[in-house]
Design a protein around this ligand. Structure first.
Ligand code: ATP
Length: 199
């Protein structure tokens, strides 16, 4: 899996469109304190569907939008695109490149795109599932993450291995089906009650 480029616009400290291209070798991002290095990893986390504002080091989702400086007005939306190589077809798409885009407006509206096609958050989550990327992935190791993996309950630790083994997708589908089954059973009880009332 190879991350080719990241495009950031209006996200945190990046008001202007900024394109970061990555080589297949190691890329190191250096800069003084507070210059925006961590905002780049936040942008990667965010475009992959992160919903936790805490994980994004903010209080509310609006905090990801460029909030203005003394010299510049705040912006109305944030947009991040992640471009990944798909020549090995790790992702279930025909194209040899995958571009995932997330846009968020101050009004609270969210938009997600895969290769410029409008999709739901669920589709983005499913795209990354079992690739090691995404919300439950282990490809972004932030400060304290290793300690967290070692100290959590064994069931939580198992999730990391499930993702690596490529079976997260099935656990999610099972959980989704169980929820549907539960709702159907509740509806069935309700219908039975109604029938009893009518009889
Ligand atoms: P350190 O080396 O100290 O960890 P860093 O280079 O990782 O620093 P970041 O934490 O990525 O720095 O960037 C912090 C900067 O981003 C701060 O100057 C902060 O004001 C700015 N910033 C964060 N959110 C926004 C926003 N919504 N609008 C404008 N600037 C923002």
């Amino acid at each position: 899996l190879y991350l080719k480029a990241l495009e950031i616009q209006g996200f945190k400290s990046f008001p202007d469109k900024t394109v970061l291209s990555f080589d297949e070798d190691i890329t190191a991002i250096v800069g003084p304190n507070g210059s925006g290095k961590s905002n780049i990893s936040d942008a990667i986390r965010w475009v992959m569907g992160e919903q936790s504002t805490k994980a994004l080091r903010g209080g509310k989702m609006e905090d990801v939008i460029f909030g203005g400086t003394q010299r510049r007005k705040q912006l109305g939306y944030a947009e991040v695109s992640l471009i990944l190589d798909n020549s090995g077809h790790v992702f279930d798409l025909e194209e040899s490149e995958v571009m995932v885009t997330r846009r968020y407006y101050r009004s609270g509206e969210s938009e997600y795109y895969i290769n410029r096609r409008s999709v739901r958050l669920k589709d983005v989550n499913e795209l990354f599932m079992d690739t090691g990327l995404g919300r439950e992935g282990y490809s972004i190791i932030g400060q304290g993450k290793i300690d967290e993996i070692l100290s959590v309950k064994s069931a939580d630790r198992r999730e990391v291995f499930e993702e690596a083994a490529g079976i997260s997708r099935f656990r999610h589908r099972k959980e989704e089906s169980e929820r549907k089954l539960e709702r159907t059973e509740e509806n069935l009880v309700r219908i039975t009650d109604k029938i009893d009332e009518l009889e």
